[in-house]
Each structure stands twice: as structure tokens, then as C-alpha cells.
Design a protein around this ligand. Structure first.
Ligand code: NI
Length: 638
């Protein structure tokens, strides 16, 4: 029996497509944007006895280009029947599909209007070497933003068919494409810029002088890995979890549990990246509209890479394929979309008792890595979930790829970005991510505490002025839970189960430690920010509601804003001792530098979940020493 949260198989996607195509509403102008598993409710999934009876269901998001109208279809795949067809609210623009990306590039390349503008600005360059990146149009209050399905591509010029085209932006011309008619409706012209003169390539075949002296570093696991994978159910070192994937969110993590001396204790029911937005900070006409919602506008799963052994991941790797479909319903398989492997992670713990000669106690840390990487036009995002032997769970995003670049005039003042090569500049920008963590800490009902560490005032009880303590506030309502990071009080959050007590009689807990972060620099009425209310707070807590999945709402593409977290929490629902969802927004402020060019060394951002009174003591105290066989090298001292 497959786990009920296993992503849809290729066969299920095929069956769903056939069901969709049999619907009267599905016409030749209808695109399939995504087909995703409808996950059974937590109570059903966790009741193992019910699992066999659960039907496989899917939700398809469809878009009719002729009617400029989105609708969803709920399908029961077990019974091969359609359960419901629902029109999306007026003006809803779902994610742009892979097909639209490809078709959009072709219509620009074949547009006489674009060819004429290209010639006016850049003379007799070879139009076949133009590279067109689809960019979402956003919503800036113009009537067309609400009534047409639009893209505002950025264009570049390669010097030959495989060089890094981003080195030469076509700054002065901006085609606008109606994706319903799939035609260029106009080309906006903003003046003339020179083409940056230098090539800059990162491909191995083009880097002429390569670094020497790198000897092989071999990771050998001759007995195989320590994890087991059955279908999408993964277990490793007391951990068990289910690996999910879908077109919009990409990699998802489900039903995370830890075997605590025979008790399989639930911790986290579902974890996913719900949205991310990249607003750019340059107000000039060619740059001012640039922002991208990479989940809601592009689909992080749809943009996932096929990973390669020895490059993306090293060691004993197990891959999972992703099964999707294109907008016409044709099967789309991403082989090796998810990588599962183990990594040595340095020292986990150590102590040397100086009174006992020559026998330090030290244990290596090992972590389980579940990862995927997505390419959204110029940028790459790597998503890494780490599970550690001491109960820690870490999420890390690696930001890499190629900067979004613009051209510069000689001696032009460029306060909103950085010149990174002659006549080439990169505008300042921020990346805001939102992750949704649906907890299940020792049971359905959890509470979130905000923890602020503060000094006591001087006084008779604090004569040496050294006192400080952690103040825990039980969050009762959605309004109370909205919060910003606060380094002055080392603010963290603790998810507790008030009904489950640990060995010292306290509620069991897991603590949330934020990592690097940022605040949005644009004010709340900035056009992009109206659509990204989730950036208004770093932390939000909501009671679980099945329809609340995406922090900027279901349809952020070209939306006028106001949807998602900002709207839901207006109900100010109770969150104490509830089935709760913890939402975390984290931002990276990117002031580009020449070292980010021609390709960016990865930047890292994420967060950590640490057991905090969840276990009765260090759960990794039971790890064997080196000499007991976890590493081949013997410890000469012990
Ligand atoms: Ni960046």
C-alpha cells in the first residue's frame, strides 16, 4: 500500500488528464496549470487503520485562454470521476506554465514589432541570438493588469548560441506579451543603452584556465546508506518522514516523527515553501516593475532540476523522480528531482575528562539531507531539509545562479545597484521566502510561545546586576502572534504541547530559531508589496484551515493584493492549544558585488528547529564511538 501522501504517479497524472479532457468546460483553449494530490486530512492520514480506505484525489488548476478564466477541478482518481468544478474569482491568474515560457520566447523572437525595435536600438545584431526570459507582469493599477494575462519579458543578446546571454542585456526595449493571444502587443522603448562589451562565461567548456591541485575526495559508503526508502516513506536514525513534491511548492516534507525509545513521536506534520518574492529596488523605468513571485507565478516544482550524481550531490544517493504534466496534458517527468543522502557534519558532541588519560569522548554528527534545486530563469534556489541525530531539523535555501542584470551608460550614476563589469550593472533587490510549518508535536493540539530573553532590573533581588531570564508568552490569537524578529531580546518561538509533559514536568517543546533575515525596504503601499502581505511580519501563527496553503493567496500572479496571510488573520482566531500552523517569512537583502558575476557563489538562508524539552536528555548520547564501526578510520587513542 502506498502512503496516502505519496505524490501523484505518472499513471495518476495521465488518468487525471483524461478525466479533465472529458469535461465540457475543458476546451482546446484550456491549459492545465497543475495537477496536485489532494492530501487527506491529518486525522485520516494518522489513523493508520483508515489509510487503506482513503481514495486518491487530485486538484487540477486549469486556465482557459479564450475566456481569460481560471477554474479548479477536483477529481477522485480511485473512482475515476470528477467531484467538483469551481470557477476561480474574477481576474485570477494562475502560475505561468512551462509551455507559456517557451511560447512567449518564440513569439517575441518572431515579432516584427520586436525586430524593428531591436534594429532601431542595436543595429544589425543577429536576432536569432536574442534570449527572452518570461517575467511576470505584476499589477501596477493599469486596466490591462487585471483584464489580460500578461508577461513582460526581459531580453538579452548572446554572442553565440551557447554563451552567457545575461552578460548583454537589451536594456532599452521591453516587449509586452498577451499570453492569451500569445502575441506581442507592444514594445516599450525607454532610450538607448550600449551593449556591455565583455563576454563573461561560467561554463566549464569556456573557462580557459582552470584551478589545479584538487585531489580526489572520495565519499564511500560500501555498505550502502543508513536510510531506507519505501515509496516516498523515508526512515533514518530514529527519524521517519514522507517526501512529497508538487508543481507549485516543489519539495514538501510530511509526517515527521522521531522514534524515542520505542515511542514514534510526531513532530511536524507538513513543511513547505509557500511563496517567495524578489522585489528590485531600482526606480528607473526599465527596472521599476521588476519583481517575481517564484512560487505563485512560476511554480517551484515546475522549475525543478534533474539532479546529477557527483555534481549536485555526492555520496550514496537515492533519487526520486517528479511526475508532472505540461499545459496540454503531456506527461512531464523530472528524473532525479529529489536527492536523498547522508553527510558527515563534523563533531556532534565531545568531552575530555582530564582525569581519565587518553580517552576523550567524541561523536561525529551525521545528517540526512532531502533536497531539490529549481531554476527560475536566471536564478537558482536549492532547498535543503536536514535531519540531525540530536533531533534538530534545519531548512536551508542556497541562492545561486546568475544575477538579473541591466546595462549602464559610461559614467552613469547608479545608486540603486552595483556596477559589476564594464557597462553592466545589477540592481539591488531582496528575496523574501515564506515557509509553512504545520506542527503535530506529540499530538494535534499545540501552542506557540514567543520567548524573549530580558535582563532583570537592578535591585535588591539582583544586587550584582547579572540577572536575565527567558520570558515565555503563550500566544492566544492570530493578532497577538504577528511578530518581527527582535535581536535585542534574542526572540525565538517555542512550539509546545501543553498536554504532553517531559521528565521534569514541563510541556514538551521544539524551539524555532530564525536565521538571517531582513525587513522589506519598500513601504506597504508599494505595488509589489500589496500582493505580498506575508512580508509584513516575520512570524504568523494560524489555526489549521485546509484552504490556507499559500502565504500570498492562491493567485498572486497579477493580483491586486490583499490575499493570503494578511487576509486570513483578520479573523483573529484562537491559536492556543489548537491544530496550529507556524508561518515564517525570511528575507535576504542582496546588494550585488563583482564576485557575484558571472555566476553567484551560493548565499545561504534558513532556520533551525531544535528539541527543547521534547526529549528527557540528549537523544544522541547513544551514538557509538568511532571505534565501534561508524567510520572506517580507527581512533588511535581509545
Ligand atoms: Ni539575489
Amino acid at each position: 500500500m502506498i502512503h496516502p501522501l505519496t505524490p501523484l504517479s505518472a499513471g495518476e497524472i495521465y488518468n487525471a488528464v483524461q478525466l479533465l479532457k472529458s469535461l465540457p468546460k475543458f476546451t482546446s483553449s484550456t491549459r492545465i496549470i497543475s495537477i496536485t494530490l489532494i492530501e487527506p486530512l491529518k486525522q485520516q492520514v494518522l489513523a493508520a487503520s483508515q489509510q487503506a480506505a482513503l481514495h486518491r484525489k487530485a486538484c487540477a488548476v486549469c486556465f482557459d485562454n479564450a475566456r481569460n478564466r481560471a477554474f479548479t477541478v477536483e477529481l477522485n482518481l480511485t473512482k475515476s470521476e470528477c467531484m467538483a468544478v469551481t470557477d476561480a474569482p474574477d481576474g485570477s491568474q494562475p502560475t505561468m506554465s512551462i509551455d507559456e515560457q517557451i511560447e512567449c520566447e518564440q513569439v517575441v523572437l518572431h515579432s516584427p514589432m520586436f525586430a524593428a525595435a531591436l534594429k532601431r536600438h542595436y543595429g544589425d545584431v543577429n536576432p536569432a541570438l536574442v534570449m527572452v526570459d518570461i517575467w511576470s507582469a505584476g499589477n501596477y493599477g493599469d486596466a490591462e493588469d487585471s483584464h489580460r494575462r500578461l508577461a513582460r519579458p526581459l531580453c538579452f543578446l548572446r554572442t553565440d548560441p551557447t554563451d552567457n546571454g545575461y552578460a548583454r542585456p537589451l536594456e532599452g526595449i521591453r516587449p509586452v506579451v498577451d499570453l492569451n493571444a500569445m502575441e506581442v502587443i507592444r514594445v516599450e522603448e525607454f532610450g538607448s543603452w550600449p551593449l556591455p562589451p565583455q563576454e563573461a562565461n561560467y561554463a566549464a567548456s569556456r573557462v580557459k584556465k582552470k584551478r589545479q591541485g584538487i585531489k580526489p575526495l572520495v565519499i564511500e559508503q560500501s555498505e550502502g546508506p543508513s536510510f531506507t526508502l519505501e515509496g516516498s516513506s523515508l526512515s533514518w536514525q530514529n527519524w521517519s518522514l514522507v517526501v512529497g513534491f508538487n508543481a507549485r511548492e516543489g519539495l514538501t516534507i510530511h509526517d515527521v516523527r522521531y522514534d524515542d525509545h520505542g515511542r514514534l513521536r510526531p513532530i511536524l506534520y507538513r513543511a513547505s515553501l509557500t511563496e517567495m518574492v524578489v522585489p528590485y529596488g531600482d526606480p528607473r523605468p526599465t527596472q521599476a516593475r521588476k519583481n517575481a513571485f517564484d512560487v505563485g507565478e512560476y511554480g517551484m516544482g515546475m522549475c525543478a532540476n534533474s539532479l546529477r550524481l557527483g555534481c549536485d550531490c555526492v555520496g550514496y544517493i537515492t533519487y526520486l523522480d517528479a511526475h508532472l504534466c505540461d499545459s496540454r496534458g503531456k506527461a512531464l517527468k523530472i528524473p532525479n528531482a529529489i536527492c536523498i543522502h547522508e553527510e558527515d557534519y563534523g563533531i556532534l558532541w565531545k568531552h575530555t575528562d582530564r582525569r581519565i588519560p587518553d580517552c576523550p569522548e567524541v561523536r561525529r554528527s551525521r545528517r540526512l539531507v532531502v533536497s531539490s534545486v529549481s531554476t527560475v530563469e536566471n536564478y537558482e534556489y536549492g532547498f535543503f531539509w536536514y535531519f540531525y541525530q540530536d533531533g534538530n531539523i534545519e531548512f536551508q535555501i542556497k541562492l545561486t545562479g546568475v544575477l538579473s542584470l541591466g546595462a549602464a551608460h559610461p559614467d552613469e550614476s547608479l545608486p540603486y545597484g552595483s556596477v559589476i563589469a564594464p557597462l553592466l550593472y545589477a540592481p539591488n533587490h531582496q528575496h523574501f521566502f515564506n515557509v509553512r510549518l504545520h506542527f503535530n508535536l506529540d499530538g494535534y493540539r499545540n501552542t506557540v510561545q514567543q520567548i524573549d530573553v530580558l535582563a532583570d532590573p537592578p535591585g535588591p533581588e539582583n544586587p550584582f546586576h547579572n540577572a536575565f531570564r527567558a520570558h515565555a508568552t503563550d500566544l492566544q490569537s492570530e493578532a497577538q502572534a504577528k511578530a518581527q524578529l527582535n535581536p535585542q531580546s534574542m526572540r525565538t518561538w517555542k512550539i509546545i504541547n501543553p498536554l504532553s509533559k517531559n521528565a521534569v514536568g514541563q510541556p514538551v517543546g521544539y524551539k524555532f530559531f530564525p536565521g538571517d533575515n531582513a525587513v522589506p525596504l519598500a513601504p506597504k503601499d508599494a505595488w509589489w508589496r500589496k500582493r505580498a502581505g506575508f512580508v509584513n511580519n516575520h512570524v504568523w501563527v494560524t489555526p489549521f484551515a485546509v484552504e490556507e496553503k499559500f502565504a500570498a493567496g492562491d493567485y498572486p500572479n497579477q493580483s491586486s493584493g490583499g490575499d493570503g496571510l494578511e487576509r486570513w488573520v483578520q479573523k483573529d482566531r484562537n491559536i492556543a492549544n489548537e491544530d496550529i500552523v507556524f508561518w515564517y517569512t525570511f528575507g535576504h537583502t542582496h546588494i550585488p558585488r563583482p564576485e557575484d558575476y558571472p555566476v553567484m557563489p551560493a548565499a545561504y538562508i534558513g532556520f533551525l528547529l531544535k528539541p527543547n524539552g521534547f526529549f528527557d536528555s540528549n537523544p544522541a548520547n547513544d551514538l557509538p564511538a568511532f571505534s565501534e564501526g561508524t567510520l572506517k578510520q580507527s581512533c588511535s587513542h581509545c
